[in-house]
Design a protein around this ligand. Sequence first.
Ligand code: PLP
Length: 394
Amino acid sequence: MPDPIQHSPLTTLIHAGKALDYPGGRPVNPPVVRSSTVLFDTVAQQREARARRGEERLFTYGARGTPTSFALEDAVCALEGGYRTRLYPTGLAAIGMTLLAYLRPGDHVLMADCVYEPVRHLADTFLRDHGIRVDFYAADGSDLEARIEPATRMLYAECPGSLVYEMCDLRRLSALARRYGLLLVADNTWGSGLQYRPLALGADVSIMAATKYLSGHSDVMMGTVTTTEDAWQPLSTLADSFGIAVSPDDAYLVLRGIRSLAPRLAMHEANALAVADWLTQRPEVATVFCPALPADPGHALWQRDCTGTNGLLSFELRSHDLSAAERFIDALTLFGIGASWGGYESLATLSDVKRARSVGDWSGRGPIVRLHVGLEDPRDLIADLEQGLAAMGR
Ligand SMILES: *Cc1c(COP(=O)(O)O)cnc(C)c1O
């Protein structure tokens, strides 16, 4: 098979991680290989496989991965443009194991103010309890260099950020990481490996919650971590030490989701932009947060570094009446009320941005609603939002 990295990402999505060879023909998709025990023909063969499996990816035991999870790793790795990929049972597990792989007691980490909120919780609890200090830097990275200390080991970025999608200049962060000898880790869940590519912008490690757009159908949890060759070994060794593995059935579902990632994202984008245009004209709405909008402060960086946007957008209501905001969401009929995003369906939630930030000042702002705009007809979604806004005044 030709090296998939040489193709356009759209082609990679279709051809990476294809089925194995069989005598005779073969299926289009790799089979679900359910296996704990893996059999060898001779003791010597088993001994040799065990000796090599720390560095090489070999099928030696279910906990070390299966041909199904290997196929998904290959597809994600080609998408991210990395050296190799490991899979985790959730996106948050992928983040937690990445932090543990590279940090030791006494180390200091600089994290973006806009990180996915459970990561902030991890920093304030487990990391702190284990002597790893975390400081937060402004979501746009402007105060980052001043916060670097002799003990700093890692820069942890999320671009665009969670909830209000702040952009930062990852290339600049990468230059700082090189200068100070730091590891640059990026949460790439928003970009899904298609619309943003942290490794190409100089990150050492890129993490995705495959739970979101890669799977795309709100029916599976998974995380992925892809690294450069230099960064690979500590991550892989830790995952082996902890016995981190994913189910082959889940790996199959994510690989299946990946095949339609590009057309789904294109439609999420078109629908979200239609909804955003409509929202910006509404008197009830103070601000729409989405870096693809020309008025967004991150727009120039988005134009430089992203190849598109997705179904996510948030907006601030002018009225500070929180119960009116709740009436709005409760009145929606096509938008589900629930956590996560990246499935085919629309969602609406109230976002507590103030609670999720410690550097940026979000006090004095109106309620912020996060939408995940799904694959429904945008005219129906807009009609639903319109009747929802009308219900606010009741
Ligand atoms: C959802 C999400 C995660 C965590 O993924 P789970 O699979 O839900 O654990 C991590 N980062 C970002 C930016 C997310 O949106």
